[in-house]
Write a protein that binds this ligand. Structure first.
Ligand code: ADP
Ligand code: ADP
Ligand code: MG
Length: 449
């Protein structure tokens, strides 16, 4: 096994990766920016190296500095976490050049799946259902408008390089097409330095259902069931659960097989997620593959008992998967609430600052993945997610009641958070009846309150 791994990330995911490494007897190297010198991941790792100033571009996105840190500490592998460089070709290239293992996909898997328009094409060829839409990406609004006529409205304009809900716009009619196209395109250029856009029919009130995949370099591949991530604000996930109680065993098998087909079509190796939209009539469509560990991976861990980061590391080292599809048994129900430093009463404006008091919920079935502590100062520079509260219950009902109780216990003083907002969701009758879709937060929560 690897003797030492460098974690090219920060916050809760860096802490999460260090924990698995420790249990595997692997030494860890953390990297950090100036403002993160008192962050937990810095203290928890065996070694820590400053890689630059606060601004991500100069630190957590600075490939040269990260590679240098790996070389001086003699780390054999780099784990990128999620966000930052987790889906970045240049980091993989730099790793290859410097004989460092990248814990993630191969270059060619990333090239196909990282371009969402190319991925659609590959999936169509493999017989995986995709959302009806354009065949090729384009940066030309007039050209896209012609394609839009063949798809019909409403439709979505999406950035081929998009992620984190950015670079996409709903278009309701032809009149607003060009304006929205240019908005989505500018957003994509700013966020991803890419202007390729593609179109998809807008699926009305779908569920977002995604399948966790593990594939090794020996041709073994399994899925670990699904996660329902329908509760979103601005196309970003807020609360996730697993499994999805409204799909039948038959449908789970059908979607799971399709997820395996999608990953196999590109010969995928590593941990990954196949995302689908499930419409009201039970039809499902591939929307994208995430070639990395995801924020919401712990809910799958709680219902399968599999440590996904350990598996990802073992796969990168070249080991064979020692779990088969038959070994995967879904046990109980898990829910994750993303706890963000933001003000729901001020349009969810980020609220960085000093934490003056912190109490973590506990007890049976509770897991808190976080990097915050009493006195920690949340810098304004990075993502506003400060903790993930994850619960397990024997069934959905028990998990919900446990989550409510855990949210009541959780105390974060000094900054505004979305804890009360999460409670609104968990106390809503429609949510309790599992009558949800991707418009739930916008339509139900915002209109009721
Ligand atoms: P998931 O929650 O399913 O893992 P998200 O799309 O919410 O995926 O992304 C997880 C994190 O990574 C978020 O903090 C998001 O802002 C960030 N992220 C996702 N895609 C990109 C990207 N292409 N570039 C930069 N950051 C990204
Ligand atoms: P990202 O790369 O930012 O995660 P995705 O393509 O995964 O983008 O889409 C994020 C979310 O946006 C989906 O979970 C869904 O709620 C919404 N969405 C994306 N495409 C469509 C579509 N064609 N119709 C309806 N909703 C969509
Ligand atoms: Mg997505």
């Amino acid at each position: 096994m690897f003797k030492k791994i460098l974690i090219a990330n920060r916050g809760e995911i860096a802490v999460r990766i260090i924990r698995s490494c420790k249990e595997m007897g692997i030494k860890t190297v953390s990297v950090y920016s100036d403002v993160d010198q008192d962050s937990v991941h810095v203290h928890m790792a065996d070694e820590a190296i400053c890689i630059g100033p606060a601004q991500s571009k100069k630190s957590y996105l600075n490939i040269d500095n990260i590679i240098s840190a790996a070389l001086v500490t003699e780390a054999e592998a780099i784990h990128p976490g999620y966000g930052f460089l987790s889906e970045n070709k240049e980091l993989i290239e730099a790793c290859i050049k410097n004989d460092i293992m990248f814990i993630g996909p191969d270059m060619n898997h990333l090239e196909i799946m990282g371009d969402k328009s190319r991925a659609r094409k590959a999936m169509m060829e493999a017989g995986v259902p995709v959302v009806p839409g354009s065949k090729e990406a384009t940066n030309n609004g007039e050209e896209a408008l012609e394609i839009a006529k063949t798809i019909g409205y409403p439709l979505m304009i999406k950035a081929a390089s998009g992620g984190g809900g950015r670079g996409m716009r709903i278009v309701h009619n032809e009149g607003e097409f060009i304006g929205k196209f240019n908005m989505a395109k500018s957003e994509s250029i700013a966020a991803f330095n890419d202007d390729s856009m593609y179109l998809e029919k807008f699926i009305e009130n779908p569920r977002h259902i995604e399948f966790q995949i593990l594939a090794d370099s020996h041709g073994n591949i399994i899925h670990l069931g699904e996660r329902d991530c329908s509760l979103q604000r601005r196309n970003q996930k807020v609360l996730e659960e697993a499994p999805c109680d409204i799909i039948s065993e038959e449908q789970r098998k059908e979607m799971g097989d399709m997820a395996l087909r999608a990953a196999k079509a590109v010969g995928y190796v590593s941990a990954g997620t196949i995302e689908f939209l499930l419409d009201k009539d039970g039809r499902f469509y591939f929307i994208e593959m995430n070639t990395r560990i995801q924020v919401e991976h712990p809910i799958t861990e709680l219902i399968t008992g599999v440590d996904l980061i350990k598996e990802q590391i073992k796969i990168a080292y070249g080991e064979k998967l020692d779990i088969s599809q038959e070994d995967i048994r879904i046990n109980g129900h898990a829910i994750e609430c993303r706890i963000n430093a933001e003000d729901p009463d001020a349009n969810f404006r980020p609220c960085p600052g000093s934490i003056e008091g912190y109490f973590a919920p506990g007890g049976y079935g509770i897991r808190v993945d976080t990097h915050i502590y009493d006195g920690y100062i949340i810098p304004p520079t990075y993502d506003s997610m400060v903790a993930k509260l994850i619960v397990w219950g024997r069934d959905r009902n028990e998990a919900i009641n446990r989550m409510k109780r855990a949210l009541d216990e959780m105390v974060i003083i000094g900054i505004k958070t979305n804890i009360e907002f999460q409670k609104l969701i968990l106390n809503n009758d429609k949510y309790l009846n599992n009558n949800i879709d991707t418009s739930f937060i916008e339509k139900v929560i915002f209109s009721d309150n």
